[in-house]
Design a protein. Sequence first.
Length: 458
Amino acid sequence: MHSSIAIIGAGPTGLLLAGDLAQAGVSVTLYERRDSTSNLTRAFGVHARTLELLDARGLADEIATTGAHIEALRLFDRIRVDLSRLPSRFPYLLITPQYHVEQALEERAVKAGATVVRGARFTGLRQDDERVTLDFDDGSTATADYVVGTDGVHSAVRSALGLPFPGKAVLTSIMLADVRLANPPASALAVNAVGDAFAMVAPFGDGWFRIFAWDRRNQVNDQTPVTLDEMRAVTSRVHGTDFGITEARWLSRFHSDERQAPRYRVGRVFLAGDAAHVHSPAGGQGMNTGLQDAANLSWKLAATVQGWAPEGLLDTYEAERHPVGKLVLRSSGTLIRLAMVRSRPARWLRNTVGSGLLAVPPVVRRAAGVISGVGITYPGAPRAADLPLRGGERLYEALREGKHVLVTATSMQGYGDRLRIAAPDVDSGVAVLVRPDGYVAWQGPAGDAAKVLPRFLS
């Protein structure tokens, strides 16, 4: 089987990438080692920037109904990160199981024409100047013009490329549980740490709650089962109550690493999501960072396959996303280390200094922007605001065609297969060219647009 693009790994990152490529008319095959989908997952938070990207695919409003909306993150007693003032249509953190996101993304990908092959265990690859050959454990092979590894922290694609994954384990014996509570916490999201333990309690909005916990006193291997009594004990020690844990539908234990591949591209093969970077779960940025990797890469691959990509466009994927991966490792690592502070004076200092800093508006905006993804930009390419367009349309609705959008009141011709012209609600005389991933490629006088477009679209 030959595809223009082959993707290894059908998690959220691979599914979004496949849907984008298929919508653009690119032949794409998604290979997944699991025979079926699973509704058991670690990820449960969808941040504002990710919801904006899902909005640009017509999925956000549906997914936003599947869980609880958290407008502020409360950390370590008195530290509060306000999300309600984010400059976004989605000024909150959505708490919903990852499988809701995966289901919506897979339905979109298949409907657009992506091929999903399950039970396909990738074992190796070979590449030359024209294509990549993939090997599978049943002896079969497949070829593709380009390959993307979205196969997680133990990525077989990364191993096949011979890329190291430097870093270290940050926490061991992290516990996850989806439970029912007789006495839910008063705040929507309850987070606290007491030096030798921490616990977070978050509502899914359907009567179930996710507890994420760690206990320094009980460090065991990942295979040791988690018990409800263990969850009750650590939650009570951290919060003063176990909130009346009554039953669980899922209990799991894992360890958390901080690692990043030195390169996201080797020839015709790319890495995205946890295959490229993995970090502490603090801040809930794992799935979000992977989805944003996919949104950045998909349109660049489509433009290259279709023959209109500007010189060096594919190289900008690593140039733009590798620093973001590094930033997420740093920010999530800071949060988890603050949660692990042991001495009482150090915890007092953490809480006092943290709450004081987060009373300063610029610091609040920066913290909320990094955690939510709304504040992340690329060199020369800021995030595009959801501009109102003529006729009651929004910019992110216009982006649903998967094309660049030129917001201008000036009539223009050409580039119909890769450009959407959209008139602003109010003409300021300025034109804005927005990339398919929702970042500004160019902004300037409307009269200059015709001269500038060839630089981006041919």
